[in-house]
Ligand binder design. Structure first.
Ligand code: FE
Length: 336
């Protein structure tokens, strides 16, 4: 009897040391967006998650640290950033049936290094008051002369617009895409400036009637605690572009992650990525930041459902990263 109590105590002590594990994450995602995921995972597993957050420079840091890096995982938004980690040889190739099953092949690396975890689309905000439904239905419409002086945009070289530009190159070819970008720039009501939120504010203020924004900003402003924000969103409708039956669908980008090549906790790091594609975590992406689940068969939380479903461009997302330098050339050329 005594022996079995003793062995139970030993077992408890042992299991505590087994479960008192931690993972170190390098993140380009803001801490408040990550926290609900970290809390849910820690609650489930007891694993402590430490996050180093920076909006830039993390890939260089990881490269400089090499084998001595404490990092186990990277989390980021935008395919070009993810791709850069792979390009620098900083990610481990991991074999996970769960990740493969839950993430469509065009939204993960074919080397199994990075994995898309949620989706966002570059949508078009259109003034409710000054435009008619159907005036702007496609990205191509942004270059149409009928929008002369009606368009607002953040600078072209922001990753969100650069990725859109890359998708236009892929869809139209280089020279047509350049014409498109020129047309878009000639329609601008003012110099490219601000962030996505401020484009909605500009439409509200009557400075312009149409703008390109990531869809989740519309969701965030619509449900913001700040009444001004809600007014900004209310002044526009959100259009998911290129939805016609034969059209290619809206351009999407991903948030995603990968396991660091020199991680000492690879198995646990993979387990965390696998957690991020569970139904529970996929719903959180919608609840926390109005992002769409990576897998179209996942359920949408009510507020995201209210925003609507859309057909997405199923271009290999990696191509966006590969075309990005060309996209930047055109952006510079047309002064977007
Ligand atoms: Fe954003």
């Amino acid at each position: 009897m005594k022996i079995s109590i003793l062995s139970a105590i030993i077992l408890i002590l042992f299991s505590n040391t087994v479960f008192a594990k931690s993972l170190n994450i390098y993140s380009h995602r803001q801490p408040y967006l990550l926290k609900p995921f970290l809390d849910a995972y820690t609650k489930k597993t007891g694993v402590k998650l430490n996050v180093v957050y920076s909006s830039k420079g993390l890939a260089q840091r990881l490269a400089a640290e090499g084998e001595n890096s404490p990092a186990d995982l990277i989390l980021t938004v935008d395919i070009a950033r993810l791709y850069r980690y792979e390009d620098l040889g900083l990610l481990a190739q991991i074999d996970s049936e769960t990740l493969k099953k839950n993430i469509p092949p065009y939204l993960r690396s074919n080397n199994n290094t990075w994995f898309g975890l949620s989706k966002r689309t570059r949508a078009i905000a259109v003034s409710k008051e000054r435009m008619k439904v159907g005036d702007v239905l496609r990205y191509e419409d942004l270059a149409d002369k009928k929008l002369k002086g009606k368009l607002c945009s953040r600078p072209g070289s922001h990753v969100y617009n650069r990725a859109l530009m890359a998708s236009m190159i892929s869809a139209l070819g280089e020279s047509e895409a350049e014409k498109w970008a020129r047309g878009l720039v000639s329609n601008l009501a003012k110099r490219p400036q601000g962030n996505d939120r401020s484009q909605l504010k500009s439409i509200y203020a009557g400075e312009c009637d149409v703008a390109v924004i990531n869809h989740y900003y519309y969701g965030k402003l619509t449900y913001s605690k700040n009444p001004d924000h809600r007014k900004w969103a209310k002044a526009s409708i959100i259009v998911f572009p290129n939805q016609g039956p034969d059209d290619r669908g809206a351009h999407i980008n991903i948030s995603g992650g990968g396991v660091v090549k020199f991680s000492k906790n690879k198995e646990l790091a993979i387990n965390f990525l696998e957690f991020l594609v569970t139904e529970e975590a996929q719903t959180l992406y919608g609840d926390v930041n109005f992002e769409y689940p990576i897998n179209n068969s996942s359920k949408l939380p009510p507020r995201l459902k209210a925003l609507g479903k859309f057909k997405e461009d199923s271009l290999l997302i990696e191509d966006i990263a590969k075309i990005a330098p060309k996209a930047q050339e055109i952006i510079d050329k047309v002064y977007w």
